[in-house]
Write a protein that binds this ligand. Structure first.
Ligand code: AHR
Length: 499
């Protein structure tokens, strides 16, 4: 098989947004407890934060972290999680059938984000709560001093305001599983009024209205249109959530999941723009793709919910293989390719729960296969996203019909002169010879070409063998006369850096 593309700095899509490389920390399973937070762990610092997880978080290149949910937020009382620990209540977490001890809460989360070097992104509860509680939370977080709740934050040890800019107005309110699930009109009205009131405190906040929790939701499209009719003027983003898994051994369709993500984004952009046109608005809304990942959701649905309301039970601990990481790489390509409208995204989630980082309670932390495409994309995507106009052979898939073997995007950083090509070969059995026309870049040399691939598409990393699936140098590459030629193995994620 052979494919071709062109790298030209003039073919710009939009700047790379650092917020594309966000993540998500939910009170769910072992994400918080024994994930980011585990007092008494050999690596834990004075706040009880695991240093091994902090180090891996930095290496992953995460830029933002959404908190505290997820489904969890729709039953959460934020004030349970602040103040002296011995007075914090234990509560039932209905979303995940667990007990929430509230040992870790808002102030701990913000302190953790400072240590991790990431921007906090907060969600308010619009399931069991409403405008008043969202305003209280905002006052507690962002007002410097001199009011009841800002003084309370200071008394609780956080002298400086948390300064949180980006706020999600609820979570997946279209989903019947959500506590306080609403119709689009009910949610749209509440979100609009909450946004208006929050902006009375700070007009500069960046607010996210809940879009659909998946493009297969029966209300998809209509939900966005109605919610945006109510909220268009007072929000900045509409959210998208998407999870993918391999069904019935259909690897070819699974590897092409980015087609669904492309379609999802294009549909939401079209819907948002049509509402904007009807409202005669000059404003353009962006997308916050604030939950995305590979998730074996069908296995989760088949499992019994935890019994007896345990504390931090192991939940959603998917163990990713190579093909998951390659599919995941395709999703990153889709997000980057849409940087003109997707200006924020969160990989759901960070630790233990459908996560790139895994931990043993009291023990080791290690990287899943999906860690690598994310870390490479965050490190090397810089400057402007480029259209690459790929020309590729195609193959048939059961779910998407004919799909191209090659999926690719590139970025070019004018300042450093670096160009990076991210490419996936979705063929399940054939290598792809890719040629790239580099003439428009001027004289360049190959800085590095790495590949994530292997003979077993289902091999995984474990705590004992954490580097089984990791990027290695691709020696099958040549650069001459303004043309790059490289072989991309079947089922592979590739990063080619030129300087
Ligand atoms: O990320 C896991 C869950 O997926 C989140 O809590 C919810 O928002 C989504 O359905």
């Amino acid at each position: 098989l052979s494919a071709h593309l062109t790298l030209d700095p003039a073919f710009r899509v939009a700047p790379v947004h650092r917020r594309t490389f966000g993540t998500f920390v939910e009170h769910l399973g072992r994400c918080v407890y024994t994930g980011v937070y585990e007092p008494g762990h050999p690596t834990s610092d004075e706040d009880g934060f695991r240093r091994d997880v902090l180090e891996l978080t930095r290496e992953l290149g995460v830029t933002t972290a959404r908190y505290p949910g997820g489904n969890f937020v729709s039953g959460y009382r934020w004030e349970d999680g602040v103040g002296p620990r011995d007075r914090r209540p234990r509560r039932l977490d209905l979303a995940w059938h667990s007990t929430e001890t509230n040992e870790f809460g808002l102030d701990e989360f913000v302190a953790w984000t400072r240590k991790a070097g990431v921007e906090p992104m907060m969600a308010v509860n619009l399931g069991t709560r409403g405008i008043a509680e969202a305003l209280d939370l905002l006052e507690y977080c962002n007002i410097e001093a001199g009011t009841h709740l800002s003084n309370q934050r200071i008394a609780n040890g956080a002298k400086e305001p948390h300064g949180i800019r980006m706020w999600c107005l609820g979570n997946e309110m279209d989903g019947p599983w959500q506590i306080g699930h609403k119709t689009a009109r009910e949610y749209g009205r509440l979100a609009a009024e909450t946004a208006r009131a929050m902006r009375m405190i700070d007009p500069g906040l960046e607010l996210v209205a809940c879009g659909s929790s998946g493009s297969s939701m029966p209300t998809f499209g209509a939900w966005e249109a109605t919610v945006l009719e109510e909220t268009y003027d007072v929000v900045d983003f509409i959210s998208c959530h998407a999870y993918y898994e391999e069904h019935d051994g259909d690897l070819a369709s699974f590897l092409a999941s980015s087609l669904d993500m492309d379609h999802f984004i294009d549909s939401v952009v079209a819907t948002a723009d049509s509402v904007g046109a009807r409202l005669k608005s000059k404003k353009k809304l962006n997308i916050s793709f604030d939950e995305w990942n590979v998730w074996y959701l069908s296995r989760f649905h088949d499992a019994e919910p935890p019994r007896d309301w345990p504390v931090a039970p192991p939940l959603l601990e998917d163990h990713y293989h190579l093909a998951d990481a390659v599919t995941f790489g395709g999703l990153l390509i889709s997000l980057l390719r849409h940087s003109d409208r997707v200006t924020s995204a969160c990989l759901a989630q960070l630790v233990n729960v459908i996560a790139p980082i895994m931990t043993e309670p009291g023990g080791r932390a290690w990287k899943q296969t999906t860690f690598h495409p994310f870390a490479q994309a965050s490190r090397y995507a810089a400057g402007q996203v480029l259209r690459v106009e790929p020309d590729s052979p195609t193959h048939e898939t059961a779910r998407f019909g004919e799909v191209t073997a090659l999926d690719a995007v590139a970025t070019h950083d004018e300042e450093s002169g670096a160009t990076t090509l991210f490419a996936v070969n979705r063929s399940i059995d054939r290598p792809l010879t890719l040629t790239a026309d580099l003439r428009a870049l001027g004289p360049v040399r190959l800085a590095e070409a790495t590949v994530l691939s292997g003979p077993d598409h289902y091999s995984r990393n474990t705590a004992d063998a954490p580097d089984t699936v990791a990027p290695r140098a691709n020696a099958d590459v040549r650069l001459a006369d303004g043309t790059l030629e490289i072989t991309l193995p079947a089922v592979s994620w590739n990063v080619i850096r030129l300087i």
